[in-house]
Design a protein around this ligand. Structure first.
Ligand code: HEC
Ligand code: HEC
Ligand code: HEC
Ligand code: HEC
Ligand code: HEC
Ligand code: HEC
Ligand code: HEC
Length: 229
């Protein structure tokens, strides 16, 4: 077989006339079934007539364009997510903004694909992905599964910002008792809550703020979870 000549089907950009599968019987190979996904002519990447191995791949020359379809190759025929990757089903270029290296990524919390919807923050911010900077609760974080009535562990119940954990909005849920867990002066927990030394506060002693009958919701003073008086 001679590939020289510039006429007829042997001109550049015509490789697929023969390398399409129709002439495999005479050894003109076609793309194997696990070939990377492209409709470009063969000679965009295959630069010789002796072997299809050692292709020269270039993201900018591929048809159709790669934007928005990274995963048609990555995770199939090209490098996929590493085993410690954050769980996501979003398209790679939502967070990976270049084609030379996957790190660093530009994390995007926007979008509704995959776990990034309100109510799912803890899927990533549970401590498993601290290595890629998805922080988890510090050890002096307020408890989120007690006292009874507190809304639970999911971060978005109290946190709205995806850039700053310090701008939380406390959510007391339906708590009625054990307020002192967080509001006693000895409480070790982070937060801007009012903390009081009960032995010097109206003889409160060891009584609780609310179930003592003093402060709302069970007591008479203030308004529940927003004002003490
Ligand atoms: C007119 C048909 C025809 C065209 C057009 C053609 N080839 Fe081929 N090509 C063949 C045939 C037939 C063989 C097998 C030759 C053999 O085994 O002796 C072959 C062999 C090859 C091989 C060796 C691997 C194999 O398939 O056996 C490569 C690589 C190759 N061609 C690349 C190209 C490239 C790149 C183009 C476009 C620039 C191209 N060919 C265009 C017919 C064609
Ligand atoms: C956008 C680039 C690109 C285009 C266009 C392309 N290929 Fe490939 N092809 C590759 C890459 C990358 C590989 C991986 C194999 C390697 O480089 O060793 C490959 C592998 C192959 C292989 C297996 C080689 C081997 O030894 O494992 C065959 C056969 C092949 N291509 C045929 C074709 C044919 C026929 C066309 C045109 C109809 C084509 N390719 C178009 C990039 C391309
Ligand atoms: C048509 C197939 C294809 C598409 C689509 C594609 N890539 Fe690639 N990409 C490759 C191949 C082939 C390589 C080189 C070999 C490999 O890494 O497996 C590569 C390499 C890379 C690398 C370098 C990997 C490394 O660690 O060396 C990055 C980063 C990358 N691609 C990002 C992207 C992004 C982001 C998109 C979407 C905008 C994308 N790619 C779309 C096929 C593709
Ligand atoms: C929602 C955002 C997001 C999406 C979508 C995403 N990634 Fe990532 N990826 C990241 C973050 C964050 C890192 C950690 C980067 C770092 O270490 O700086 C990462 C790291 C990686 C790494 C490891 C890089 C290294 O060298 O440590 C690979 C490989 C990777 N991603 C591939 C992919 C592929 C392939 C896809 C699409 C199938 C994808 N990612 C989709 C956010 C994302
Ligand atoms: C799919 C995994 C994933 C989900 C789901 C997710 N995040 Fe993140 N988040 C990350 C990663 C990775 C970073 C680190 C980004 C960086 O440093 O570039 C991050 C960073 C942050 C930061 C900046 C401080 C830090 O931890 O580095 C805040 C705040 C944050 N996320 C809040 C949220 C909230 C609130 C939600 C739920 C609405 C959420 N995240 C859901 C992966 C996730
Ligand atoms: C019931 C409400 C609540 C829930 C649920 C909650 N947090 Fe918090 N978080 C807070 C409060 C209150 C603070 C104190 C904020 C401050 O520093 O002013 C805080 C602080 C933090 C801080 C430290 C911020 C700083 O300024 O140092 C991090 C990190 C954090 N939370 C992460 C999380 C993560 C991750 C989750 C989910 C797994 C979560 N939180 C769930 C209420 C909550
Ligand atoms: C798990 C910890 C926790 C418990 C338990 C708790 N709170 Fe709070 N509370 C907070 C935090 C944190 C804030 C600060 C809110 C902010 O800055 O957004 C707060 C704020 C308040 C405020 C607004 C004034 C202030 O102190 O900043 C009132 C009133 C309040 N809580 C009442 C109660 C009552 C009554 C109970 C018991 C029924 C209770 N809290 C139980 C953590 C808690």
């Amino acid at each position: 077989m001679s590939h020289t000549g510039t006429n007829g089907p042997l001109a550049p950009n015509n490789c697929s006339t023969c390398h399409s599968g129709a002439y495999i019987a005479v050894n003109a190979l076609a793309k194997p079934s696990d070939h990377l996904s492209t409709t470009s002519q063969c000679d965009v990447c295959h630069k010789n007539y002796t072997t299809f191995a050692g292709a020269v791949f270039n993201h900018t020359l591929v048809t159709p364009p790669v934007a928005g379809r990274c995963s048609s190759c990555h995770g199939v025929t090209a490098k996929g997510k590493n085993s410690t990757h954050i769980p996501t089903t979003a398209q790679c270029d939502t967070c990976h903004k270049n084609t030379t290296a996957f790190a660093p990524a530009t994390m995007s919390h926007s979008g509704t694909t995959g776990p990034i919807t309100t109510g799912n923050c803890a899927i990533c911010h549970n401590g498993s992905y601290v290595a890629v900077n998805a922080l988890t609760k510090p050890s002096n974080h307020i408890p989120t599964t007690f006292p009874t009535g507190i809304p639970g562990n999911e971060c978005s119940l109290c946190h709205r910002s995806t850039s700053d954990w310090g701008s939380e909005r406390m959510n007391h849920g339906t708590m009625q008792t054990s307020c002192a867990t967080c509001h006693d002066a000895t409480s070790p927990y982070l937060g801007n809550m009012f903390k009081i030394n009960r032995s010097r506060h109206n003889n409160a002693g060891t009584k609780d703020c609310s179930s003592s009958g003093c402060h709302k919701p069970l007591g008479k003073f203030g308004s529940a979870y927003s004002k003490w008086n």
